[in-house]
Design a protein around this ligand. Sequence first.
Ligand SMILES: [Zn+2]
Length: 80
Amino acid sequence: MPKYYCDYCDTFLTHDSPSVRKTHCNGRKHKENVKFYYQKWMEDQAQSLIDATIQPMVGGKELLITQNGTTYHIRPLKSH
Ligand SMILES: [Zn+2]
């Protein structure tokens, strides 16, 4: 029987069956991991966007922007 790998929890379920998967996906830990996973992903997206758009505008300065409780770090451009 193939094992089911849960990306969010970074773990293998020992048995892969619809009921095992359902139980796992309804678990509190899994739901927290899913939430965390997407939160992290959103933060990464926001940080990339900041790096690509805002950062060139602020030049060589370092800035911290806090939005919805998350602090984004505006890094100075690396000089080539
Ligand atoms: Zn999971």
